[in-house]
Design a protein around this ligand. Structure first.
Ligand code: ACO
Length: 429
């Protein structure tokens, strides 16, 4: 088939731009020759309309509410898979057979303790430090203890090992810091429990108490739903940092920092704080809807809206189901859930939200589940880190394996002062 071409007319000159077609039929204009041929660049605030790469990891169609990892629908993944298997799928492109899964699990297990130097670093943090700052800094610090992985950007073997290492250790860092903040000694990782049960066990271990199977499974589902979301803000950050061949610890730490923001993963903490605020204000969610609609007020309905999903977020639908299951299983009656439901109902029938296609996103109900599990509010975004980690790693790995990958270096349109002469301080007014 001949190459499809789009034609662009600029200043009377027609230039031809190749059309790139994805495997689901999405189209893009390849503009790499644009500047050389015309002197023009494209300008796209917030990359709303810019494809930064081609990728075979995750497909999503925001209009239809479709999300697939390596071709598998998120609904089937959530029903049948487990988080470690999803990590394998995202990173290695296929569902593992038993032997492959066991091998991967063994590799992850071989990293199931933190270097002593890392625990000493964590011990230095103030107990009220925000856990996201700790996660980012300590992940970056791992580079000092695993110098062999500094070569991972260019070395296939080290790349696969460091993926297993981070899958094992990031959750231990989170649990270790939490145990310190509640004055309890760390409890070691037992990967054979399964990713999520092991994490909950490290967080809440008490002699004679076991993590409930169904609760462990529900958290695993939540992690699977968060595992990748193509070129979102944090994944793009990981790619941008990784594009300079910086080490993977730096790239993942950057992803953690980008996720922290309240317009991204930090929204899950802000949702719960917003629901509590509404509760304190007597449960009047209408007042908050009005605030969110008021253009003179910077308040936004947290957990609502999405850059890509303009119909519904398929993850939010599954999370809402899981929320009911967990609250029932743990026998928790949370009035915040009623407030959340009321808010959703109100917003979904309000013209402002309908017209702008604003629906609950993945963060809207996840906080209620984390709260029910006993996770403190300031650790909600850390839970997102654990879920998103395999996706970040897969995005980084895919980029590093692409021989044509280039350093990320966008351009700009300069709008500052034109040429002027330097004035010595003594002559300035
Ligand atoms: N509450 C009220 N109004 C909103 C909201 C909201 N939550 N989200 C968007 N809008 C409005 C905007 O004011 C804008 O209105 P206008 O057209 O009259 O100016 C319109 O909807 C479009 O919003 P943008 O900010 O242009 O949309 P964008 O795609 O850039 O932002 C985002 C998406 C950041 C998610 C936004 O919807 C938001 O701030 N949501 C709240 C924070 C949140 O829940 N973030 C988590 C996202 S999911 C994730 O990252 C895991």
């Amino acid at each position: 088939m001949s190459q499809e071409i789009a034609k662009l007319e600029i200043e009377g000159k027609i230039i031809e731009l190749p059309v790139i077609t994805g495997s689901e039929g999405e189209k893009a204009l390849d503009i790499k020759s644009l500047r050389a041929e015309t002197g023009y660049i494209t300008l796209d605030n917030g990359f709303v309309n810019t494809g930064s790469c081609t990728s075979a990891i995750t497909f999503l169609d925001g209009e239809k509410g479709i999300l697939r990892y390596r071709g598998y629908p998120i609904e089937q993944i959530a029903k049948g898979s487990n988080f470690l298997e999803v990590a394998y799928l995202l990173n290695f492109g296929k569902l593992p057979n038993k032997k492959e899964f066991n091998f991967f699990e063994e590799k992850v297990t071989s990293f199931a303790t933190l270097p002593e130097g890392i625990t000493k670093i964590i011990d230095q943090y103030p107990l009220d430090a925000h856990p996201m700052g700790v996660m980012s800094a300590v992940t970056s610090s791992l580079s000092a203890f695993y110098p062999e992985f500094l070569d991972a950007p260019l070395d296939n073997v080290q790349r696969e090992r460091v993926i297993a290492q981070l899958m094992a250790q990031v959750k231990i860092i989170a649990a270790y810091f939490y145990r310190r903040t509640i004055g309890k000694s760390a409890h070691r990782s037992h990967p054979s429990l399964g990713y999520s049960k092991d994490f909950l066990n490290m967080m809440f271990f008490e002699e004679g108490k076991e993590v409930d199977e169904a609760v462990g499974h529900a958290l695993d589902v939540l992690f699977m739903l968060h595992a990748d979301h193509e070129q979102n803000c944090s994944a793009s950050t990981v790619r941008v940092i990784g594009s300079s061949q910086a080490n993977v610890f730096a790239a993942i730490a950057g992803g953690i920092d980008a996720l922290w923001g309240q317009l991204h993963g930090g929204a899950n903490q802000r949702v719960l704080e917003m629901l509590e605020e509404i509760q304190k204000a007597g449960g009047d969610h209408k007042k908050f809807i009005a605030k969110a609609k008021d253009k003179n007020d910077s308040f936004r309905l947290m957990g609502f809206g999405h850059r890509v999903y303009k119909n519904f977020d398929p993850r939010a639908t599954i999370i809402k189901e899981q929320c009911d299951i967990i609250l029932e299983k743990l026998n928790v009656q949370d009035p915040l859930l009623d407030i959340a439901r009321g808010l959703e109902e109100e917003a979904r029938s309000d013209e402002y939200f309908v017209k702008r296609n604003l629906y609950p996103n993945v963060d809207f109900y996840s906080g209620i589940i984390y709260k029910a599990l006993g996770i403190p509010t300031n650790m909600f975004t850390v839970m997102f880190v654990l879920g998103r980690l395999p996706g970040w790693l897969a995005q980084w790995k895919e980029m590093r394996e692409d021989v044509a990958a280039k350093i990320a270096r966008p351009r700009q349109i300069y709008t500052g002062e034109r040429l002027r002469d330097y004035v010595p301080m003594k002559d300035r007014k």
